[in-house]
Design a protein around this ligand. Structure first.
Ligand code: ZN
Length: 82
């Protein structure tokens, strides 16, 4: 599901809303932070790398970022069973 589409729908009833809950700690409150992405100057043709701020929400309790808020899927959790 594309959540941007959902936000643009005009008639949303309270019963249609589902709170997002932190998968790690069950917290319901999130804080907006900025992820800064750097775009290489070789891609943009500028003489400096370009900084692109992307707003993300992270759990106010444990700092975890739910999957649906991840602006970019990072491969930090490449799981290899040991
Ligand atoms: Zn949490």
């Amino acid at each position: 599901m594309n959540y941007k589409e959902t936000m643009n729908k005009p008639n949303i009833k309270p019963s249609d809303m589902k709170p997002i809950v932190c998968e790690d700690c069950g917290g319901m409150y999130f804080r907006q932070v900025m992820a800064i992405n750097k775009v290489s100057k070789f891609l943009t043709g500028q003489d400096k790398d370009t900084m692109v701020p992307v707003p993300v929400f992270r759990c106010d309790d444990c700092g975890s970022i739910p999957d649906e808020f991840q602006p970019i899927k990072l491969k930090k959790n490449d799981r290899k069973d040991t």
